[in-house]
Design a binder for this molecule. Structure first.
Ligand SMILES: NC(=O)c1ccc[n+]([C@@H]2O[C@H](COP(=O)([O-])OP(=O)(O)OC[C@H]3O[C@@H](n4cnc5c(N)ncnc54)[C@H](O)[C@@H]3O)[C@@H](O)[C@H]2O)c1
Ligand SMILES: [Zn+2]
Length: 358
């Protein structure tokens, strides 16, 4: 049981904290819990039991999935908040994965110019990444997280009991962001994960690895809360990864997890690092070998490469129409604002052995 206090924005570890949190006891006009179809099924009852909120709450349920992270779903949430007479004294609780914490935080941050919210992440990915760091947002016009703002939750509760019902695929999705932390800033974490994956040792998602991951993210955010510079390294793998995720979800209408897309993005972007002589071939191969053991190949239509490049051109890190990447300089160290040539980006997708061009 650990608490990360400021500069860690009040992150509480372990299930014993629920009762102690003053927010659950405080006289708050309405406590509203946002869930999706699966967190309603698997997480809500346990959460209500732990927090003694069984009688004093209102529930907003939305369908699950990345495709629902949009303005239409926000409209549903806002209409329900109005019907419930929610006001600035209400408390909004986001109980779910990254889609719920991103969109719920956004929806309540702009409702009546902002009501307080708490994140209770229920996926590995949202525990170690999405619920932390104050980025809120929704997809718009087929672009990932195009509309949003920085706004930090009042509290974050990390309870890994929620992981008991999470699918293997979703656990793998979270692992991808933990691997990213190793590659951008912690060689020991990278070596630990590499050995576990090569020797097929089970990785235990206990509070230690979750705590370690959050600490890495927070150390970065603490130095650069609103992504003026250093925080961009957290986007390693995401320039190409987000483009692949958008292409799958909005063009192919196929499901792909966020972490899977980012793993593919990390392979392509490490290849770019190698071609730009930032890392050695041996290091690129090491990254490829680890990631390709866990994440399966994807298929992309050759004719669609331009569609992927379109998404890359809209990446939030770009400046003055120049495509800027966060690229690793060595294992455990990452640079940001690196301009990459359009042709090299294209080749990284065409030459990637993890992408089958059909
Ligand atoms: N704000 C940030 O800094 C940040 C960082 C990383 C990712 N993200 C965003 O997070 C999103 C991805 O998050 P995610 O992977 O958690 O996706 P998600 O919220 O869609 O959850 C994945 C699936 O797991 C289900 N689920 C959630 N908890 C469960 C549980 N305990 N048991 C069984 N099923 C459960 C959900 O219903 C969903 O079907 C993306 O939209 C991404 O852009 C944001
Ligand atoms: Zn991510």
């Amino acid at each position: 049981m650990k608490i990360l206090k400021k500069p860690y924005y009040g992150i509480y570890f372990g299930d014993k904290f629920y009762k102690k949190l003053k927010y659950f006891k405080k006289k708050i006009s309405i406590k509203i819990i946002l869930v999706d179809s699966l967190t309603k099924k698997y997480c809500l009852h346990y959460f209500l039991y732990k927090t003694y909120l069984l009688k004093k709450k209102k529930i907003i349920k939305i369908s699950s999935g990345e495709k629902k992270k949009n303005i239409e779903t926000c409209k549903i949430i806002w209409k329900k908040l109005i019907k419930m007479n929610a006001d600035r004294n209400s408390l909004f609780l986001n109980l779910g994965g990254g889609v719920i914490t991103d969109m719920g935080a956004f929806a309540c941050s702009v409702f009546k110019r902002g009501i307080n919210f708490i994140n209770i992440p229920t996926t590995l990915l949202s525990m170690i990444d999405a619920s932390i760091g104050g980025k809120t947002g929704i997809n718009f016009f087929s672009l990932k997280n195009e509309i949003g703002l920085f706004n930090f939750p009042k509290k974050i509760i990390i309870d890994n009991n929620f992981l008991k019902t999470l699918s293997f695929n979703e656990m793998k999705s979270g692992l991808s962001e933990i691997i990213k932390y190793g590659l951008i800033s912690d060689i020991n974490l990278w070596n630990f994960l590499k050995k576990s994956i090569f020797f097929k040792k089970k990785i235990k998602y206990d509070n230690n690895i979750i705590y370690q991951s959050i600490k890495i993210k927070n150390n970065i955010i603490d130095k650069d809360p609103i992504e003026k510079g250093l925080r961009k390294i957290l986007n390693f793998g995401h320039t190409i990864g987000h483009a692949i995720e958008s292409y799958f979800i909005f063009n192919l209408k196929k499901l792909i997890s966020h972490g899977h897309s980012i793993a593919i993005g990390m392979i392509c972007e490490s290849w770019i690092s190698y071609k730009m002589k930032m890392i050695k071939k041996k290091e690129f191969k090491e990254i490829y070998n680890v990631l390709s053991r866990i994440y399966s190949k994807i298929e992309i239509y050759n004719k669609d490469i331009e569609k992927i490049i379109y998404f890359i051109k809209h990446d939030k890190k770009n400046e003055n129409k120049k495509i800027k990447f966060s690229l690793i300089k060595k294992l455990g160290y990452c640079l940001y604002n690196i301009e990459v040539d359009y042709e090299l980006i294209k080749k990284s997708i065409q030459n990637s052995k993890i992408i089958n061009l059909i």
